[in-house]
Design a protein around this ligand. Structure first.
Ligand code: ZN
Length: 419
């Protein structure tokens, strides 16, 4: 999803890029080689928002201000696989709203399938780790699909099967506000169910039955603990970071990191700058943000995406203005590695991966787009992570959870099917 407000990167220009990185060494060259050798997967990119734009060219090395993922950048970044998000802002929870969300989701699925079909030598749809590996061997990049927000399911559990058949292998239960499935971390009105709704409990069971991973990024803490309680398969956070470092409600506390690990799951690190490293204090900016939130009756910038159409457009324009007035420095690749260090310390090396959220507002100093992903591996090697560790971070952990979700599928009774 798109975050303009906290993404002033473009305003800073390219001056910051790589400024914090040390001079390349021989071991950096080896790290670069290692990056090419390990299977790399990023579990969250909002590229489909570009795919639906008229005239967008996936084969072009686009200006990173316009697109942070295209075919040249995938190649340069040594990225073997990516989950493209079928993202949906939360709209009205009415039969008409749900029907419109379903139509919009189907349109995005179609755009993803069309993009893959249009580039058959470069891309292929993947739905399992084994398919991902096969696709890589054939010299292609694997495109997985995840749904961001349960909104397009509406109240119809049967739609999960339809989305699964279209390739979706995870669904983020909610986005910036509560929906029919659960409480969000950032709803301006606070919790509605104290976790999962009864329908949300059924949705988790149906996702388990299908073998679709349950994604708790964006959910409230209470939803997170409910999901751990009811899910038969380990779960993921497709794009989240550690709250101990950046204290935002949609990051995960240390207790949540430990609980996720105990349940066998994985947190895929979001590289969205303000989640990776907190914004430096700025009283004037804080006051402006507060005034903005009060004006639009919201608690968090993510809530803008739940405003109805004309208001949303105006609020987004004001957000852009605010970002221009109060530019902030980007977090660095080193900050991202600090997040990985922290998660490894708290949850263990088997429970962390990468979910960059590129094309959704992400940009770091030294990692402007997916084409610069080798810089992250270089930093991890500098910090002493072994080849085996790096394999786990880049795909091993995620694929373990994905296989566990597949396994839970065959074990789950068909009686749990949706209605
Ligand atoms: Zn998101």
């Amino acid at each position: 999803m798109r975050y303009r407000f906290c993404c002033p990167a473009a305003l800073l220009g390219a001056a910051l890029s790589l400024s914090a990185a040390a001079q390349p060494t021989k071991s950096d060259a080896q790290a670069r080689k290692l990056h090419e050798q390990v299977f790399t997967v990023d579990t969250h990119a909002d590229t489909p928002m570009n795919l639906v734009k008229p005239g967008f060219d996936l084969t072009k090395d686009n200006d990173p201000a316009e697109a942070k993922l295209d075919l040249p950048k995938l190649k340069r970044g040594g990225l073997d696989a990516v989950f493209w998000a079928v993202y949906m802002g939360q709209g009205p929870r009415t039969p008409a709203g749900n029907a419109a969300a379903k139509q919009e989701a189907l349109r995005i699925f179609e755009a993803i399938h069309a993009a893959i079909k249009a580039h058959p030598t470069e891309l292929a749809l993947a739905t399992t780790p084994a398919e991902g590996v096969r696709i890589r061997k054939a010299g292609q990049r694997a495109i997985f699909i995840g749904i961001e927000n349960g909104y397009p399911m509406g109240r119809d559990l049967g739609l999960l099967q339809q989305y699964y058949n279209l390739g979706a292998r995870y669904m983020t239960l909610c986005h910036g506000t509560n929906n029919d499935l659960c409480d969000s971390a950032t709803d301006p009105t606070g919790p509605e169910y104290q976790g999962l709704s009864p329908l949300g409990v059924q949705a988790v069971a149906e996702m388990n039955r299908l073998g679709m991973m349950v994604d708790i990024s964006h959910t409230s803490d209470s939803t997170f603990y409910d999901v751990l309680r009811v899910s038969k398969a380990p779960i993921i956070a497709s794009h989240s970071a550690a709250r101990a470092i950046s204290n935002v409600p949609r990051n995960l506390s240390d207790d949540m990191l430990r609980a996720l690990a105990k349940h066998g799951g994985v947190v895929q690190l979001s590289l969205f700058s303000p989640y990776v490293r907190p914004l430096p204090p700025d009283a004037a900016r804080d006051a402006a943000v507060q005034a903005f939130n009060a004006k639009w009756k919201i608690k968090n910038f993510l809530n803008v995406y739940s405003l109805p159409e004309p208001e949303q457009k105006q609020a987004l324009a004001e957000m852009d203005e605010l970002s221009k007035r109060f530019p902030v420095p980007l977090a660095t690749v080193q900050d991202a590695a600090n997040q990985i260090d922290h998660i490894v310390r708290v949850a263990g090396i088997d429970h962390v991966g990468i979910g960059g959220d590129f094309d959704g507002g992400t940009e770091l100093d030294g990692l402007r787009d997916v084409g610069e992903y080798p810089n992250l591996t270089i930093e991890l090697v500098r910090r002493g992570y072994s080849r085996r560790d790096i394999e786990k971070i880049w795909s091993g952990n995620l694929f373990r959870v994905m296989r566990a979700a597949e396994k839970a599928r065959s074990a789950a009774p068909a009686a749990a099917a949706g209605k």
